[in-house]
Write a protein that binds this ligand. Structure first.
Ligand SMILES: NC(=O)c1ccc[n+]([C@@H]2O[C@H](COP(=O)([O-])OP(=O)(O)OC[C@H]3O[C@@H](n4cnc5c(N)ncnc54)[C@H](O)[C@@H]3O)[C@@H](O)[C@H]2O)c1
Length: 265
């Protein structure tokens, strides 16, 4: 009942965690609005959902462009009538350290921080008109830790956690809850690219960064995002939910001797 007739906007919905989230909303009975730079893939996902009798829409948008966010939101409202949920997932993966340039900073901050703010600003009036709703910002374990040559990406993910708390404060009077999820390593096209497509080779290596000794699936993050949008999370706002297989719980000793470990949970 809680999902039928509702509209969820998912930025980055053409791929990976965003795609899985759009699919979960549509399967639950909401209209999934996929917003992405990748027009070909975004249209494919929306068409696939519609071919299964579900409700889906695609809009091409670069979330770093505030004016474009406002214009596209108006078009979306004209098409689907309302907005109840917003998932800010689209990301720039520019990873630079000592060699970072002004252009790198502008892209990273523009998509990962300003983009998340642009979409909340563009969605505020329609969400108020709908009587309230929920926003989920996709952050990362990288917002908490140091990783080599990752000034840009990690700084923006830390900023998303701070932004989430500030947005939660300012949107609470409008009955809009704002939370973040922080995924660990999730097998998405971006991670598959880093693995050269070889999951069998890299999962045992990267899996050991997590207490559960494996990578996560996009759907496992999507399910947590739907939880935060659901009535079950009605008293949760300004919070971060790690969906990381225990990555952030691990100490410097790592997993220790794992020879007796029987399998994944
Ligand atoms: N995959 C992981 O292991 C992992 C871990 C932690 C956090 N995350 C976070 O999860 C989110 C999704 O990651 P993913 O691995 O599914 O990525 P992905 O590359 O599969 O999907 C990202 C999507 O965002 C779109 N996009 C990029 N820039 C955009 C822009 N300016 N405007 C609109 N769309 C844009 C891309 O076209 C793509 O479809 C990101 O915020 C990422 O930082 C991922």
């Amino acid at each position: 009942m809680q999902w039928a007739g509702k509209v969820a906007i998912v930025t980055g919905g053409a791929s990976g965690i965003g795609e899985a989230t759009a699919r979960e909303f549509a399967a639950a009975g909401s209209t999934a609005v996929i917003v992405d730079l990748n027009e070909e893939r975004g249209r494919q996902v929306a068409a696939d959902l519609r071919s299964h009798g579900q409700s889906a829409h695609f809009s091409r948008l670069d979330v770093s462009d505030a004016e474009a966010c406002r214009v596209v939101l108006k078009e979306i409202i004209a098409e689907v009538g309302r907005v109840d949920f917003l998932v800010n997932d689209a990301a720039s993966f520019v990873s630079k350290g000592l060699d970072v340039t002004t252009t790198d900073w502008e892209r990273s901050l523009g998509v990962n921080v300003r983009g998340y703010a642009n979409m909340v600003q563009a969605c505020l009036e329609p969400m108020r008109a709908a009587g309230g709703g929920a926003v989920v910002n996709v952050a990362s374990i990288s917002g908490h830790i140091a990783q080599p040559n990752r000034w840009t990406y990690n700084a923006t993910k830390g900023a998303i956690l701070s932004l989430t708390r500030c947005q939660a404060m300012d949107l609470a009077p409008f009955h809009i809850r704002v939370n973040a999820v922080s995924p660990g390593w999730i097998w998405t096209p971006e991670v598959a690219k880093a693995a050269g497509g070889d999951r069998a080779k890299w999962e045992p290596v990267w899996g050991r960064y997590h207490l559960l000794r494996r990578l996560g699936e996009p759907r496992e993050v999507a399910r947590a995002i739907l939880f935060l949008c659901s009535q079950d999370a009605s008293f949760i706002t300004g919070a971060e939910l790690p969906v990381d297989g225990g990555y952030l719980a691990m100490g410097s000793e790592g997993l220790g001797d794992t020879s007796s470990f029987a399998g994944t949970a």
